[in-house]
Design a protein around this ligand. Structure first.
Ligand code: C5P
Length: 272
């Protein structure tokens, strides 16, 4: 049976501004999203019936039925496939695991069945449209408006302290739902301006997430004062990241944080 291997990179919200709320409760976002060279790995094979098997270091607790976004992606595409998901990303963690997996299943099925998926990607989670692009993009609307951007290569350290932070509870704890959007992003030809611009943006969900899960403050503290240009939380948490201009420094910081916090998930990555 034809089989395809696909990569589902971790998604990192370098900025995440909450600019409003719709009458149906969904929030309007303005977010610069980048993707890591680390993520989940999937294999998708044509089959007589839809199936899903989850393996890997973070397989525990991942459903193997239609409550998994991978399964729902295959159902929406409308062909039976056997999916193996090698779960290497912690979850739920604010780095898009489920959405990135669903987007990867759609990519694999588009190749296997030689036709584009023209259905609603947003139905597979707010991050699935941007995860289908899987390269740096500005995400707006409720996640449905996605435009590619050019970014300079960046080294990052991702840290997750192993707590589940439910996204709806973080949005609920957000006090101001109507914040300023991102200011205009400098072009990548001006890296110095881009770095200082990045420093001046925010993740509006960071403060409410720290109230819901105080350990997030410990993670941000552990990443601070180590030479990073930006230390921030991704998505609705609990994963935080530090951005470095220097790849070697990122690797050293990852080593030190992992040594000091053996219970945390720590990963040095390159973003694009
Ligand atoms: O689509 P996803 O599963 O990522 O969203 C999880 C929850 O986050 C939603 O049920 C909603 O409560 C909240 N959300 C929101 N506004 C968005 C995206 C998500 O309020 N734009």
């Amino acid at each position: 049976m034809p089989q395809i291997e696909v990569f589902a990179p971790a998604k990192v919200n370098l900025t995440l501004h909450v600019t409003g709320q719709r009458p149906d409760g969904y929030h309007l976002l303005d977010s610069l999203v980048a993707f890591a060279d680390f993520g989940d790995h999937l294999s998708v094979e044509t089959a007589n019936a839809l199936s899903l098997k989850v393996i890997g270091p973070f397989a525990k607790g991942v459903p193997e039925d239609n409550s998994n976004l991978c399964w729902r992606a295959a159902e929406l595409f409308g062909e039976p496939v056997a999916i193996t998901l090698d779960k290497r990303l912690p979850h739920p963690a604010g780095i898009g695991g489920g959405s990135s997996d669903a987007a990867a299943v759609l990519r694999a099925m588009e190749t296997l069945f030689q036709r584009p998926y023209e259905g609603d990607a947003l139905a597979l989670g707010a991050d699935t449209p941007v995860c289908r692009i899987a390269t740096a993009a500005r995400m707006q609307g409720i996640g449905d408006v996605v435009n590619k951007v050019n970014l300079i290569p960046m080294a990052a350290v991702l840290v997750n302290p192993g707590v589940d932070v439910p996204t709806p509870s973080v949005f609920k704890a957000l006090e101001s739902k109507s914040n300023a959007p991102m200011t205009e992003m400098p072009a990548p030809e001006f890296p110095a301006q881009l770095w200082s611009w990045l420093e001046n943006q925010r993740n509006d969900l960071e403060e409410p997430a720290r109230k819901v899960a105080p350990v997030i403050s410990d993670v941000l503290h552990a990443l601070s004062g180590r030479g990073a240009r930006v230390v921030r939380m991704s998505g609705s948490g609990a994963t935080c990241f530090a951005l470095f201009e220097n790849d070697g420094l990122a690797d050293l910081v990852a080593r030190d944080v992992a040594r000091d916090h053996p219970d945390w998930w720590v990963q040095a990555v390159r973003l694009a």
